[in-house]
Design a protein around this ligand. Structure first.
Ligand code: FPP
Length: 253
């Protein structure tokens, strides 16, 4: 079967391409239920959509990180069967796509909390990280058993332990210090926070890193999300005026 023709990426000044896109893969359950299907069918559809998002980031050029929210620390509250499905599914998605992502020079990394995460998922994440460690293209951060608050709590715990051991003085702690204790100290700040599905909230995703992110919410449910939606979001981002707190007074003398 030949691949459908994909839209070309928009021509955008490289300065206005987001370096880090955070993606909330939301709306799978609703998409399935609207069709009288089990929620898991929606997740299955999301698999190829995620791969398409990676391709879109590669085609755009200049996107260095794509962080995908695949399972939150709060998602353990879902039904036992959905949790079981999602754990197995994350593991299988990594296994099914790591070679093709490797060929595309994608570096796969994991961000998340270790306790509770299935050992088989961890093993698959470690194998994917190991295989793609030296790749220099887009970094795909799979955020599995990830929560922004959990990440900050874990960072504070490690920092407090170092302080108690005398390895760091409390008055030396800066924003840069705290960043070193996060799950991925090498993760840049989020530029574009993208959530399809119509919901307008962060749901505890990359809280620290998104302090100055531009939020783009779209109505499309994730299984219907296409490269064009990603391009539209980046175009919208490129139009935003980012000030990082430093307002300019056009009329000041
Ligand atoms: C946050 O919304 C959304 C997520 C944590 C994404 C979940 C994504 C999947 C289950 C699909 C995974 C797909 C692949 C291809 C691995 P929420 O529903 O946790 O938060 P809310 O209750 O605030 O809406």
């Amino acid at each position: 079967m030949t691949e459908p023709t994909q839209p070309s990426p928009p021509q955008i000044d490289p300065e206005f391409i987001p370096r880090h896109i955070a993606l909330v893969m939301d709306g799978n359950g609703r998409w399935a239920q609207e069709r009288g299907l089990p929620r898991t069918e929606g997740h299955r559809r999301g698999e190829s959509v995620l791969m398409d998002c990676v391709d879109a980031c590669i085609a755009l050029g200049g996107v260095e990180w794509l962080s995908a929210y695949a399972f939150s620390t709060e998602n353990w509250r879902r039904s036992h069967s959905e949790v079981r499905f999602l754990m197995g599914f994350s593991r299988d998605v990594l296994r099914r796509h790591r070679d093709e992502l490797h060929e595309k020079n994608v570096r796969i990394v994991w961000a998340g909390r270790r306790p509770r995460l299935w050992r088989s998922v961890l093993r698959e994440l470690e194998a994917a990280e190991e295989l793609t460690r030296a790749n220099t293209g887009v970094t795909l951060a799979m955020c599995i058993n990830y929560g922004g608050r959990a990440e900050l709590v874990d960072a504070c715990r490690a920092l407090a332990a170092d302080a108690a051991e005398g390895r760091i003085r409390p008055d030396e702690v800066t924003e840069q210090t705290l960043t070193r204790y996060l799950y991925r100290p090498d993760m840049p700040d989020v530029d574009l926070f993208l959530r399809p599905s119509g919901e307008k909230r962060t749901s505890n995703f990359l809280l620290w890193q998104s302090a100055y992110a531009e939020m783009v919410y779209q109505d499309t449910l994730f299984p219907d999300f296409t490269r064009q939606h990603m391009y539209d979001a980046v175009l919208e981002y490129a139009k935003r005026d980012r000030r990082f707190g430093g307002a300019v007074d056009k009329f000041a003398k």
